[in-house]
Write a protein that binds this ligand. Structure first.
Ligand code: 5AD
Ligand code: SF4
Length: 436
C-alpha cells in the first residue's frame, strides 16, 4: 500500500473560491494528497462553499447528505467544509451534519493540513477566525507543475462597503491586501509554469492597497513588465474605487485587457441609496465616460439586482435606461433575495411575480446588447490566447481581449500561444474564427 491519499474538492461560487481551492489542494499535496475528480474513491472530501446565492447553506447540507453511504463504507473518510458557508454557519454545520469532521473559514486555510491531520473518527476541528497573518504565505507550495495559460491570483480579500444586500463583508471580513512583493513573486512563478494571462482577484480588487503603498494601478504597471506575461485582467471592482491612475492604465498599459467588470446594481439613485452603494447613476455613467476616453473599445460588464426592497416601476425603468446608455457587452442579473443578517433582509419585499417580470425584461435587453456586441466582432481580426482543446478534433478554444470564447482550428500543441484570428461567426456566448 502506498501512502498516497486522495482528495476530492468541490468548488462553488466565484473565481476567488477557484483560486482558494487550488491553493488548498496544493497544501494538502504537501501532506501526500493527490486530487481525484470523484468523491467515490476519496480519503478526504472538501466542499469549498459560496454563500452569495439563495439557499446556499441548504445546497451544502443536501450535498453532504449524499456522502453518508461513502462514510459508512469508509470510516476513515474525512469530510470538510470550507468557504463562505463555513464562515457563516460555523459550528452549526457540525450540529446539523455529524458527518462533517472539519469546518474552515476562508481566512484560515493555512491551518487546513494540520486540521485535517487531527480530524476524523469523532475528533472535530473548526476554525473560522480572522487571523492577522496572510493565509497564503503560510500555505505550503507544490512542486513547479505546469499550469494552464490563464490563471487567477488573489490580491485582496474582504469588503468594507457593506452594501445592504450582501453577505461578503460578514463572510470574508474586512478588506485585506496582500503584500505587493509576494504578488510579484507569485506572478513570476506563474509565468515560469506556463501562465500567459493573470486575472487579479479581489472582492473589491480596485481598493487594493499593498503594505508598500502600491495601488492596483501600480501593481498592474509593474506586472506588465514581467516578460512572458502577456495579459492582465482584474475583477471585481467597485465604482467608488476607480482612481485616476487605474483609469489611465487602461489607455497606457497594453497588456491590460479591454474588459471591465464594474457592477452598478441599479440605475435608480433612490435604490442605490437604499442599497448603501454610495454612488449615483450619474457618477457611474460619468466614470464610464472617462474610462472610454482612456480605452474607447473597452467591453463593459456589470451586475444587477432587480426587485430590491422599495424598488418601484420607475426605479426599474431607470435601470433599463442606464443599460440602454452603457450597452454592456456582458452582464449578470439577479432577483433580490434576502440574506439573513444583512440590513435589507428585514425590509418589505417586492412581490416575487414583479421581480420575475422585471428580471425577464432586463435580461431581454442585456441579451440583445450582448448579441450585438458579439455580432460586431465578425470580420475583425483579434488576438486569441489558445487555452484548451475544443469539442471537435483539431479545434481549440481561446479568449479574445474582450473575454469572449473563440473557437479556431489549431494544433493542441499551440496551447498558450496568442494567434491572430479573423472572426467569421458570432453566437451569444462564443465566436468562431480562422487563424490568419
Ligand atoms: N440578492 C441578489 N443578488 C445578490 N448579489 C449579492 N447579494 C445578493 C442578494 N442578496 C449579487 C450582486 C453582486 C453579485 C456577485 O451577486 O449583484 O454584485
Ligand atoms: Fe458585497 Fe457591496 Fe462589498 Fe461588493 S462592494 S462585496 S456587493 S458589500
Amino acid at each position: 500500500m502506498s501512502d498516497v491519499k486522495k482528495l476530492f474538492v468541490k468548488t462553488y461560487g466565484c473565481q476567488m473560491n477557484v483560486y482558494d481551492s487550488e491553493r488548498m489542494a496544493e497544501a494538502m499535496g504537501a501532506d501526500g494528497y493527490v486530487e481525484t475528480d470523484t468523491p467515490d474513491d476519496a480519503d478526504m472530501i472538501l466542499l469549498n462553499t459560496c454563500h452569495i446565492r439563495e439557499k446556499a447553506a441548504e445546497k451544502v447540507y443536501s450535498e453532504l447528505g449524499r456522502y453518508r453511504k461513502l462514510k459508512a463504507d469508509k470510516p476513515d473518510l474525512k469530510i470538510g467544509v470550507a468557504g463562505c458557508v463555513a464562515q457563516a454557519e460555523g459550528e452549526e454545520i457540525m450540529r446539523r451534519q455529524p458527518l462533517v469532521d472539519l469546518v474552515v473559514g476562508p481566512q484560515s486555510y493555512h491551518r487546513l493540513p494540520e486540521m485535517a491531520a487531527k480530524a476524523g473518527h469523532g475528533v472535530k476541528q473548526i476554525d473560522t477566525e480572522f487571523p492577522e497573518e496572510d493565509k497564503f504565505d503560510h500555505l505550503p507550495r507544490g512542486p513547479k507543475a505546469r499550469r494552464a495559460p490563464a490563471a487567477f491570483l488573489t490580491v485582496q480579500e474582504g469588503c468594507d462597503k457593506f452594501c445592504a444586500f450582501c453577505v461578503v463583508p460578514y463572510t470574508r471580513g474586512a478588506e485585506v491586501s496582500r503584500p505587493a512583493e509576494r504578488l510579484m513573486a507569485e506572478a513570476r512563478d506563474l509565468v515560469e509554469r506556463g501562465v500567459v494571462e493573470v486575472t487579479l482577484l479581489g472582492q473589491n480588487v480596485n481598493a487594493y492597497m499593498g503594505p508598500e503603498g502600491w495601488t492596483l494601478a501600480k501593481l498592474i504597471r509593474e506586472m506588465a513588465k514581467i516578460d512572458g506575461l502577456e495579459r492582465i485582467r482584474f475583477t471585481t471592482s467597485h465604482p467608488n474605487d476607480m482612481d485616476d491612475d487605474l483609469i489611465a492604465a487602461h489607455g497606457e498599459v497594453e497588456k491590460l485587457m479591454p474588459y471591465l467588470h464594474l457592477p452598478v446594481q441599479s440605475g435608480s439613485d433612490k435604490v442605490l441609496k437604499a442599497m448603501n452603494r454610495k454612488h449615483t447613476a450619474e457618477h457611474y455613467l460619468r466614470l464610464l465616460e472617462r474610462i472610454r476616453e482612456a480605452r474607447p473599445d473597452i467591453a463593459m460588464s456589470g451586475d444587477f439586482i432587480v426587485g430590491f426592497p422599495g424598488e418601484d416601476e420607475t426605479d426599474f425603468e431607470d435601470t433599463l435606461a442606464l443599460c440602454r446608455e452603457v450597452k454592456y457587452a456582458q452582464a449578470y442579473s439577479f432577483k433580490y433575495s434576502a440574506r439573513p443578517g444583512t440590513p435589507a433582509a428585514d425590509r418589505a419585499h417586492v412581490d416575487e411575480s414583479v421581480k420575475a417580470d422585471r428580471l425577464a425584461r432586463l435580461q431581454e435587453m442585456l441579451n440583445q446588447h450582448q448579441y450585438e456586441f458579439q455580432a460586431s466582432m465578425v470580420g475583425k481580426t483579434l488576438p486569441v490566447l489558445l487555452e484548451k482543446p475544443g469539442r471537435e478534433a483539431g479545434q481549440m478554444v481561446g479568449k479574445s481581449p474582450y473575454l469572449q470564447a473563440v473557437h479556431v482550428d489549431a494544433d493542441p500543441a499551440d496551447v498558450g500561444k496568442i494567434v491572430q484570428a479573423k472572426i467569421v461567426k458570432s453566437q451569444k456566448n462564443s465566436l468562431s474564427g480562422v487563424v490568419v
